[in-house]
Design a protein around this ligand. Structure first.
Ligand SMILES: [Zn+2]
Length: 152
């Protein structure tokens, strides 16, 4: 399906989020791998004359990015505040032999504050959207369309 993927300012944390826009069907996905914000708008039902959409939104309490030694990776958005129990579970997962601890990280986001709990997020992680956008322009050149900021 035809879609445009680009970076936008995350409505929740103000860093760069990914927007996936299906312009033909007007469906869209927004995913922030910084704070865990996620939004989907998908077609629920359609008839010849009307389209009905379903919207789902989670504000995000952080992300857990797991990179395995074989190169595969897994991104988890935290849809709830992190509990002590969950944190222990994530710590155990993080310490697993198959996990590349250098590249994996757990960051919580609560009350507008990022807290790095495990690992080291990459440099781009920390950039406010405006700075991220400038960095992308420096890397790829001027944007063809103002809203189409590359993913990174
Ligand atoms: Zn965000």
């Amino acid at each position: 399906m035809a879609s445009n993927m680009f970076s936008i300012e995350c409505p929740h944390c103000g860093r760069s989020a990914v927007k996936d826009d299906y312009y033909k069907t007007d469906e869209r996905y927004i995913l922030c791998l910084k704070c865990g914000y996620n939004y989907t708008r998908t077609i629920k039902s359609s008839t010849a004359n009307s389209l009905e959409y379903t919207e789902e939104e989670y504000v995000g309490y952080g992300v857990f990015i797991l990179v395995h030694r074989d190169g595969s990776s897994k991104s988890m958005m935290l849809n709830d505040a992190l509990t002590a129990e969950k944190l222990e579970e994530y710590k155990r997962t993080y310490m697993d032999d198959h996990v590349d601890q250098e590249k994996s990280y757990l960051v919580s986001y609560e009350n507008g504050i990022f807290t790095i709990l495990l690992g080291n997020p990459p440099e781009n992680f920390h950039l406010p959207f405006k700075e991220f956008r400038e960095k992308m322009i420096a890397k790829y050149g001027e944007l063809e369309y103002d809203f189409m900021v590359p993913l990174g």
